[in-house]
Design a protein around this ligand. Structure first.
Ligand SMILES: *[C@@H]1O[C@H](CO)[C@@H](O)[C@H](O)[C@H]1NC(C)=O
Ligand SMILES: *[C@@H]1O[C@H](CO)[C@@H](O)[C@H](O)[C@H]1NC(C)=O
Ligand SMILES: *[C@@H]1O[C@H](CO)[C@@H](O)[C@H](O)[C@H]1NC(C)=O
Length: 336
């Protein structure tokens, strides 16, 4: 998951009756804009679309967009001042409010208004943000199972039905995991999308069984898409272009990489990287304004952005265990 680029949004009811309805939110990681094109064969999704709205497109917001607003520069961050690292889902320091309190998440706003929010597997729900936590947080674990998902749906509906919760939010990672391993055009993605559809068929049924059709709105969104890359051919290995001992800190790999070179080598590193094909190198203050990025709290002194389909990494040896497909620069979005 990274800074949000909403891919689609569905509301269960076409009448926009927000005032009294409770809200059930799904964040489906890495769900590419076209995974649900074949609605005829996805009855779970289809029923939701038929009862609501689906956005036709949105404006691409890559790379790492609007971090000046929320300060979440990426999944991997470094705070130079405190020398602390944010390594999503893996280190204790990633739970420090420092990373999370750059803006106010929706659940914090609701809790402040005296509403109760139940959250399932949602990264960050365990963090105290601006002094607030959700009423309930089933902590994030890597790649929750389909059973975890359907259990979460059942529990969320029950919490909403019994007035224990005003909003419930569920994060689901499997689509992203399969996309990274097998690519967006794979049978594995097809299977994962169809089993997610099964889960939504069950959800639709339960909403009816529990007589909640007039009681809730359902919103679904995704944070990014996925593009196929030619592994091994389109990889930029930084240690072939620069002396890594001149780098104080490097964060992330893939389409966007953050670099903090030693001060006295800064220009030389910049010059060397400027000559590398298929990447763009930005000094912090040269990052285009339109990304709303450069004044972010955790933005590095150099930011590398790969051309679409290219992947930036520090050294090739480390690549055996990594994903085969990059998190996407492909933010192209079309209609249904
Ligand atoms: C966010 O957390 C940091 C570190 O704890 C603190 O310095 C900062 O004042 C906090 N910001 C807000 C808006 O509370
Ligand atoms: C999620 O699923 C795993 C594997 O089936 C199970 O061990 C775990 O208890 C489940 N988590 C929750 C919170 O139900
Ligand atoms: C820049 O490239 C030159 C030529 O390849 C190399 O000798 C030098 O070490 C590089 N500089 C840095 C700071 O990596």
């Amino acid at each position: 998951m990274s800074c949000a680029a909403l891919l689609f949004l569905l509301l269960l009811q076409s009448s926009f009756c927000f005032a009294n309805r409770k809200l059930l939110v799904f964040l489906i990681d890495g769900f590419r804009y076209d995974y649900m094109d074949d609605l005829q064969n996805l009855p779970g999704f289809r029923e939701i679309v038929d009862n609501g709205v689906k956005v036709d497109y949105l404006t691409p917001d890559f790379p790492r967009r609007h971090c000046e607003v929320h300060q979440m520069t990426g999944n991997y961050m470094w705070d130079e001042g405190s020398n602390k690292e944010f390594l999503i889902g893996t280190n204790l320091d990633s739970r420090l409010p420092l990373w999370w309190n750059g803006s106010e998440p929706l659940w914090v706003t609701l809790q402040k208004l005296g509403k109760r929010v139940y959250m399932y597997y949602w990264p960050g729900c365990e963090v105290t943000i601006l002094g607030v936590r959700p009423t309930f947080c089933e902590e994030y674990v890597y790649n929750p199972t389909e059973k975890n998902l359907t259990d979460a749906m059942e529990n969320a509906l029950n919490a909403l039905k019994s007035n224990k919760a005003d909003m419930a939010a569920i994060y689901y990672e499997k689509i992203d995991v399969e996309g990274h391993h097998f690519g967006p055009h794979s049978p594995e993605i097809d299977r994962a999308v169809h089993s997610l559809d099964q889960a939504f068929q069950t959800l639709n049924l339960k909403i009816k069984e529990k007589k909640m059709r007039e009681e809730i709105n359902v919103v679904m969104f995704s944070d990014h898409g996925m593009t196929q890359i030619k592994w091994m051919e389109k990889v930029i290995e930084l240690d072939k272009c620069i002396e890594m001992s001149n780098i104080i800190k490097i964060m992330d790999r893939g389409p966007v990489v953050s670099l903090w070179p030693k001060l006295d080598k800064f220009e030389e590193v910049y010059q060397n990287l400027s000559k590398v094909e298929n990447i763009k190198v930005y000094k912090k203050h040269d990052i285009p304004d339109r990304y709303y990025y450069k004044d972010g709290r955790f933005v590095s002194t150099l930011t590398l952005v790969a051309d679409p389909g290219w992947f930036i990494t520090e050294v090739s040896e480390k690549m055996d265990d990594v994903v085969e497909f990059s998190e996407d620069s492909e933010t192209k979005v079309s209609g249904k």
